[in-house]
Write a protein that binds this ligand. Structure first.
Ligand code: 3PG
Length: 213
């Protein structure tokens, strides 16, 4: 259920955002992330390979928390869930996608970056939301300001975050988990650079350990 999912995210603290062009790379990629201590990922529907990649990762590593990102309509949500996605993430809040997920009890984390978006999310009973694009929308300063009117909301933050600035987010009380593509950059996947992906995942995990997260 969604509480288990959210505590899983919080325990790991990091959610890699994957853009994969070749589904044949899905299993080695998943293994590289697991070896780096991050057994979860948001696989984005920015490529035609996303659906098959989710299927292959979920089959090879059933204990891994694989979800789908960039799910901008219910049709993509359905494809993702049929492929094995355990959660749905979107860059914005599309009521049709949110309703599709809620009707089926599928955890959904829509993207928000304004108080109005957050109110919309709350009206659906969602108090975990994706803060995107984090850095461009005001970063941790914005998060602190949002904590005032919305103390019940926790954010998964993505957009412009890397090991260099993840500490600022880790310190923000309303951050549930930190996401981003820096650990799993598309060129590393294209070049089968699994060792570097594992190294970046470990580096991020270590960077987070210095904080009371
Ligand atoms: C997302 O969809 O969450 C973002 O594209 C991730 O942002 P990043 O590429 O800046 O990490």
């Amino acid at each position: 259920n969604k509480d288990e999912l959210f505590s899983f995210f919080h325990n790991i603290g990091l959610v890699p955002v994957v853009k994969i062009d070749d589904a044949e790379k899905a299993v080695p990629l998943a293994k590289a992330m697991i070896d780096g201590g991050i057994p979860c990922a948001e696989v984005t529907f920015r490529t035609a390979a996303a659906e098959e990649a989710i299927r292959k990762m979920s089959e090879a590593f059933p204990e891994m928390m694989i979800g789908a990102g960039t799910v901008i309509n219910p049709e993509l949500a359905e494809k993702a869930v049929n492929a094995g996605a355990k959660f749905i993430v979107s860059p914005g809040l599309n009521p049709a996608t949110v309703e599709w997920c809620l009707e089926r009890n599928i955890p959904v984390v829509p993207g928000v970056c304004t108080p109005s978006d957050i109110e919309k999310g709350l009206s659906y009973g969602l108090n975990v939301l994706k803060f995107f694009p984090a850095e461009a929308s005001g970063g941790v300063n914005m998060l602190k300001n949002l904590a005032g009117p919305f103390p019940q909301v926790k954010f998964m933050t993505t957009g412009g975050i890397s090991t260099a600035n993840l500490g600022e987010y880790a310190k923000a009380a309303n951050v549930l988990a930190i996401g981003g593509s820096w650990m799993v950059k598309a060129d590393l996947i294209d070049n089968d650079n699994w060792a570097e992906i594992t190294r970046l995942c470990k580096e991020a995990t270590c960077a987070l350990q210095g904080f009371e997260f």
